[in-house]
Design a protein around this ligand. Structure first.
Ligand SMILES: O=C(O)CCC(=O)C(=O)O
Ligand SMILES: [Fe+2]
Length: 318
């Protein structure tokens, strides 16, 4: 298992190779990384360089639009879950000061007869950048596909059926979030662009963490910068998976810090995909992760009820 900077690195092509030994080695490496670090860099993740470049170009073009145009796409009833959220609205759980970011969220499009369709708000189409919405859609499907493969590996690692998560994440309540951290124009009140937090969902796939600033809190309590090579995406465990596995897999605390002064005039872009299951998924600690020495740490809850609780805590839902 190679280590790229601070986090372990795995090759998804090995899992998909059809070679049982390579597949088993991948499962073991991923599981170990998630027990120990909570973050991995994934190469051969299946999302093309071309799509990632298009995604960044369109995201940059959207955030360059005038505020008055962007605010047309901010719809308070949607609690930030679809469309635009302006600068300074969201804060991390337990912190009052808002993060220094604006973002746009794109969610699930149900294309079969699944009645869950009625539970999701429609996506918001941005007219001024015609390729923005179709590109977010293609990226969403790409991340869903890579994420489903990673969850198959996690299922095997946990001693579950390989396809345990498949039906739970198909038409799941996942979110693609394009984030812009604007240039810093005056001495900031704190050194933080996005305050320390843990992600809410099952796993997060992060393209663009290659830009400096992301840090994870290690076991010794030190902040360690995360950087991955350009051909890798960073994938971390979120609180839903930590809860389901009764803390066996770690949802590691992370944050985004300001760049050094000479880079204050630069924007930072980052595009995490928060992979969520359908709201009815039961997050009760798995029996495989509970025994006499590891009693269940959490009461049963569904993914939907848990998400609701967390959105209130971060100020997006009233
Ligand atoms: O901007 C980043 O690189 C990470 C953002 C993040 O952690 C989040 O939105 O949950
Ligand atoms: Fe995060």
């Amino acid at each position: 298992m190679a280590t790229v900077h601070s986090i372990p690195s795995v090759d998804l092509a090995e899992f998909r190779s059809g070679d049982p030994a390579k597949k088993a080695a991948f499962v073991k490496a991923l599981g170990k990384a998630y027990e120990e670090v909570g973050f991995v860099a994934v190469k051969n993740h299946g999302i093309s360089d071309q799509l990632i470049a298009q995604l960044y170009d369109n995201v940059r073009a959207f955030f360059q639009l005038p505020s008055s145009t962007k605010s047309k796409y901010e719809i308070p009833e949607l609690a930030g879950q679809r469309g635009y959220t302006s600068f300074g609205k969201e804060h991390a759980k337990g912190f009052d000061a808002p993060d220094l970011k604006e973002f746009f969220q794109f969610g699930q499009s149900v294309e079969d007869e699944d009645p869950v369709k009625d539970a999701y708000p429609n996506n918001v189409t941005v007219k001024e950048v015609p390729e923005f919405t179709p590109t977010l859609y293609r990226a969403f499907r790409g991340f869903e596909d890579s994420g489903a493969a990673l969850l198959q590996a996690i299922a095997i690692y946990l001693g579950l059926d390989e396809h345990f998560f498949d039906g739970k994440v198909h038409n799941g309540n996942s979110i693609l979030r394009a984030i812009h951290y604007p240039p810093i124009t005056q001495e900031p009140a704190s050194a933080i662009r996005a305050e320390q937090h843990e992600d809410i969902n099952l796993i997060t796939l992060l393209v663009g963490a290659s830009a400096d600033g992301l840090q994870i809190l290690d076991k010794q309590g030190d902040w360690v910068p995360v950087t991955s090579l350009p051909d890798q995406i960073v994938v971390n465990v979120g609180d839903m998976l930590q809860r389901l596995t009764n803390n066996r897999l770690k949802s590691t605390t992370h944050r985004v810090v300001n760049p050094p002064r000479e880079l204050w005039n630069t924007s930072r872009f980052s595009i995490p995909f928060f992979l969520h299951p359908k709201s009815d998924m039961d997050l009760t600690c798995l029996p495989q992760c509970v025994d006499a020495t590891h009693p269940a740490e959490y009461p049963p809850i569904t993914a939907g009820a848990y998400l609701d609780e967390r959105l209130r805590e971060i100020g997006l839902k009233k």
